[in-house]
Design a protein around this ligand. Structure first.
Ligand code: MG
Length: 382
């Protein structure tokens, strides 16, 4: 048994706006058509992949297909989708495969599960159509006014692959050559081929517009970008019986000296977040010269930085604070600190890391003159 994927990619894709045919646009840095070719070429049930392309796109195709296995030399398409498929099928005549899976080049997110279901269906049917049941309410509109509801009973949205026994669909296309049918199921139906329905999925969308490209980027998680900021802070030990570290009151033989509560952990973390969003540093937002910040609890500094992030439409995805000190011991306070920082930033605790290290008795932290903290914050922009 031989299974061939016939990828229809001859369209000009003018609906996607300027920038060339949509099947050669980049999706997450990879051409849409290359993703489609890979989906089939990497599937163990597919023996060959044939793309039907526009003659003007030969160079783009070579770039998109470079290095991929199982590819047959591409065929050139015709004036319509139906004509392109027919030309592709004719070129497969020499191979005469058992089955052919006809798939839109602009549906790059087709899953291995859909290809599996399609191949399974062809064991018992001469044709199979991947589709999704219509779940939205359908309503007719007249002159812009909502009118009656239309029953969605029995209605499906056709996707691809549309798959057939090769001999049957080749014959059907030859018979249909004079007509203009919208897809291969219509061609098959005109020839009396039974076509069973297979459930597709929403990921298997067709990229016809710039908005579809954006949606596909989101589905792939390749939209947006991450930015990382770092922060560092030091405070000197002085008289006192406790210190504030990451919003937790920690009993100690000394206090920390500072204009606010001297919470080096929250100060470093606030700077890290400000760094990730390019908003200067903590001293710029809360000048030490301003008396209103004297003795202030540092959670408000951190909350302010978090608000600046959300004002930009971004979100904090991870923070990591490292204390550098001989004493106090951080380990016993770690869970309380993670919970407190998570609470201030409205994050899950597993997105907050608190660590500690010593400097082996060296330097100002080794001599217990002070305590340092450094932090990283990762922010995701949509
Ligand atoms: Mg500080």
């Amino acid at each position: 048994m031989t299974n061939v994927a016939l990828i229809v990619a001859a369209g000009r894709g003018t609906r996607a706006g300027p920038g060339g045919p949509k099947q050669y646009r980049l999706l997450g840095g990879i051409a849409v058509l290359r993703r489609t070719l890979v989906a089939f070429a990497s599937h163990p049930g597919i023996d060959h992949v044939l793309a039907v392309i526009h003659p003007d796109d030969a160079d783009s195709y070579q770039a998109a297909a470079a290095g991929l296995p199982k590819l047959l030399p591409p065929s050139f398409g015709g004036a319509t989708r139906q004509a392109s498929v027919a030309l592709g099928l004719e070129s497969l005549h020499k191979i005469s495969p058992t089955n052919v899976l006809i798939h839109d080049g602009a549906r790059p997110l087709v899953s291995a599960a859909i290809i599996n279901r399609t191949l399974d269906a062809l064991k018992t049917h001469r044709g199979a159509l991947v589709a999704l049941p219509v779940t939205d309410t359908l309503r007719r509109a007249e002159a812009g006014q909502a009118s009656e509801t239309v029953s969605r009973e029995g209605l499906w949205r056709a996707q691809t692959p549309q798959a057939f026994r090769f001999d049957a669909i080749l014959d059907a296309h030859r018979k249909a050559s004079a007509s203009d049918l919208t897809d291969d199921v219509a061609v098959a139906a005109a020839a009396g081929i039974d076509v069973t329905m297979i459930e597709g999925d929403e990921m298997n969308l067709k990229i016809t517009s710039a908005a579809d490209l954006d949606l596909a980027e989101r589905l792939l998680g390749t939209s947006g970008e991450s930015r990382t900021g770092s922060g560092y802070d030091v405070h000197r030990f002085g008289p006192g019986d406790h210190v504030w570290l990451c919003g937790v009151r920690v009993p100690h033989t000394n206090g920390l000296i500072g204009h606010s509560d001297a919470d080096a952990g929250l100060h470093a973390l606030t700077d890290a977040i400000l760094g990730a969003i390019g908003e200067g540093d903590i001293g710029q937002h809360f000048p030490p010269s301003d008396p209103q910040w004297k003795g202030a609890a540092s959670d408000r500094f951190l909350a302010h930085a978090a608000k600046l992030v959300s004002d930009k439409g971004a979100r904090i995805v991870h923070v990591d604070v490292t204390f550098i000190c001989e004493r106090p011991k951080i380990g016993p306070q770690r869970d309380a600190m993670r919970a407190r920082v998570a609470d201030i930033l409205a994050l899950d605790t597993d997105r907050v890391s608190i660590k500690a290290t010593t400097t082996e008795g060296l330097g100002f932290t080794g001599r217990n003159e002070g305590l340092a903290a450094q932090a990283l914050a990762t922010v995701r922009f949509p």
